[in-house]
Design a protein around this ligand. Sequence first.
Ligand code: ATP
Length: 278
Amino acid sequence: MSHSAASLTMTRSGGDAAIAAAALTVKLGRQPVLHALDFTLPPGRITGLLGPSGSGKTTLMRAIVGAQRISAGTLTVLGLPAGTPSLRRQVGYVTQSPSVYPDLTVQANVRYFGAMHRKGKADVAEAIAAVGLGPLGRRKAADLSGGQLNRVSLACALVAHPRLLVLDEPTVGLDPVLRADLWDRFRAMAEAGTTLLVSSHVMEEASRCETLLLLREGRLLSQLTPAELSQRGHSSNLEQAFLAIIREQEAYDGVSPPAQASTRSRDTGVTKQHGSVR
Ligand SMILES: Nc1ncnc2c1ncn2[C@@H]1O[C@H](COP(=O)(O)OP(=O)(O)OP(=O)(O)O)[C@@H](O)[C@H]1O
């Protein structure tokens, strides 16, 4: 994949980023769930969003697609504030629980979402084939397995050809062959210019991403490449490497003076805010 030095420079400054967050804070009720996140994601890349259960991945994705109001800071998506109505046509979001019409067939579901974006028969057939559901096109969604339903949901997002595709655990319930096929598909989409943000619990999948955002307890532990994760966590096994970074951070938290206003971890690059030490 080729990315010009000029475009990378623009991205680093935030000017050409697909997603740019600055001091992004989200509270659910009174509870802060995302704490002053700063990052930019380049366009036309696959970014993996990784973190333990409850670390804030879904909340961040919901904020990006405009489904979650932000409490402070800024969040810019494709050059516009997240939630701007015109972004709806450009941003696809596939949630963990499939959002399809159970009484409609696979084809009718994808056709329905395709029609909203003025997509025709060929796009519908292509999206269904991409998720390996060609042979089941005429089957009612209600009569599909859980993994198949997830794939219908994904096809409904793919058919729109969004510029940004946000996927919450898209490969859950898929067998290894389908999983590999889908990742090939994601890579091809990124090559064609689509930006993908993919959350996953499967650390093996992290190696398929170009950039990783590591979240822990609503804080950005690090933004790095899989190779950097492996190096920093001292393991070629990314799961082990991630665990090592989390433990390192916990050890760092444990020795930090509690009243410190804002410090930066040398190793993980985590900025710790006032009063955040646990
Ligand atoms: N309505 C709410 N009010 C208060 N806290 C909430 C609310 N909804 C979620 N949370 C909390 O926000 C935190 C982040 O939740 P989120 O769903 O974003 O995590 P996640 O990383 O996607 O988790 P998982 O991997 O288990 O899906 C969790 O601690 C969760 O308990």
